[in-house]
Design a protein. Structure first.
Ligand SMILES: Cc1cc2nc3c(=O)[nH]c(=O)nc-3n(C[C@H](O)[C@H](O)[C@H](O)COP(=O)(O)OP(=O)(O)OC[C@H]3O[C@@H](n4cnc5c(N)ncnc54)[C@H](O)[C@@H]3O)c2cc1C
Length: 321
């Protein structure tokens, strides 16, 4: 028996939270005395493998066969199942990213394993702690099935430290995407020079207080000055001001940057669920009763149209000194 960790990467660049998943896997390994292996799938997997080659795994499996040129949930799940079968995995661990949310439940169903998603901590007896009701409570969950699958919330686990070196092994993919009922048509990627929302040290998010889509440039300019990512509330995503890739919250992305700046955001519980673990929170809102101030370290009760341009100018002035 063993533990299999599905790490993620983008064109060969490891998704940072993968190291948190390895940390969770190492914890399970320590409690169960099982070895852990890491799997990377898709073009560039070989490059990403180098970044997890020294984190104490027994093996790092690389599946970058030409068949994996295009992402399909079913294919990724089949590859995880293939390697899980090969290695006798009784635990499969991944990330609660868009990909993890699509692949891991498929894996769990086919392994007849119970699954815990969005896990923020593991207890000593290997129960899972996960937030419920938009983060209003944390539940401790036990999985009773012999095989177990879980996904971790990337912001909740520290990256694993360097450890023993692994053997890197190529996977000859046995699945054939041609046989699926779903076919890959095309990929339309959001191209951005900004850091990924879930990995950025600074996030500046905008809400309905911005009044209209065009005013999002205030948020973008401030984010760019600080080398940060742009975030948004669901209200503005639903209004079509910005793509839902940028949504922070219960039904969006969960972030925990060093600095989170909330501009014209009321602080609904569903939004707080995605950002309240940020190290420092700055809120700008003209309503002093806005719930965002209950989680803010620094609050500015002001009209954003006056203070955001002023703040931007002041940062520019400091940077050009
Ligand atoms: C099941 C479910 C899931 C959800 N998931 C999410 C989610 O993932 N993420 C999310 O964000 N929401 C989510 N929501 C929606 C959430 O409940 C709120 O409706 C939403 O977050 C509100 O967005 P907002 O703060 O932009 O807008 P509002 O609540 O309208 O707040 C706008 C704020 O701007 C301030 N303001 C207005 N003008 C100015 C000005 N000139 N200067 C300064 N401040 C100003 C106002 O005082 C107000 O506080 C979800 C809701 C449900 C039911």
């Amino acid at each position: 028996m063993s533990i299999l960790i599905l790490a993620e990467h983008k064109k060969g660049k490891l998704v940072k939270a993968s190291l948190g998943a390895v940390k969770a896997g190492a914890f399970v390994a320590q409690k169960t005395n099982l070895p852990y292996n890491i799997l990377l799938i898709g073009p560039g997997a070989k490059d990403a493998a180098q970044t997890v080659a020294n984190v104490g795994a027994a093996k790092v499996f690389v599946a970058d066969d030409p068949k994996t040129a295009n992402y399909l949930d079913e294919l990724w799940a089949d590859i995880v199942l293939q390697v899980a079968g090969q290695t006798g995995a009784s635990w499969v661990i991944g990330l609660s990213t868009t990909q993890g949310k699509a692949v891991l439940p498929r894996v769990a169903a086919r392994l007849e394993a119970g699954m815990a998603s969005d896990v923020i901590a593991l207890t000593d007896n290997l129960n899972f702690v996960r937030p419920m009701y938009a983060g209003n409570l944390n539940a401790e969950v036990e999985i009773a099935s012999p095989k177990k699958v879980f996904s971790i919330r990337g912001t909740a686990f520290e990256p694993i430290a360097a450890g023993a070196a692994a053997t890197i092994e190529n996977v000859a993919v046995s699945a054939d995407p041609a046989g699926y009922r779903k076919t890959f048509v095309k990929m339309e990627e959001t191209v951005s020079t900004r850091p990924p929302l879930t990995e950025a040290p600074v996030v500046v998010s905008g809400g309905r207080g911005l009044k209209e889509a065009a005013n999002f440039k205030l948020v973008e300019e401030l984010a760019d000055l600080m080398g940060g990512a742009v975030g948004a509330t669901r209200a503005v995503v639903d209004a079509g001001w910005i793509h839902n890739d940028y949504q922070v919250g219960q039904t969006g992305k969960v972030v925990a940057p060093n600095l989170y700046v909330a501009v014209g955001i009321s602080g609904a519980i569903q939004h707080l669920a995605g950002m309240k673990d940020s190290k420092t929170i700055v809120a700008i809102n003209k309503d002093e009763e806005a719930p965002i101030f209950s989680v803010a370290d620094y609050g500015l009760v002001a009209d954003l149209f006056a203070v955001v341009p002023e703040l931007t100018q002041k940062i520019k002035a400091v940077k050009t000194k």
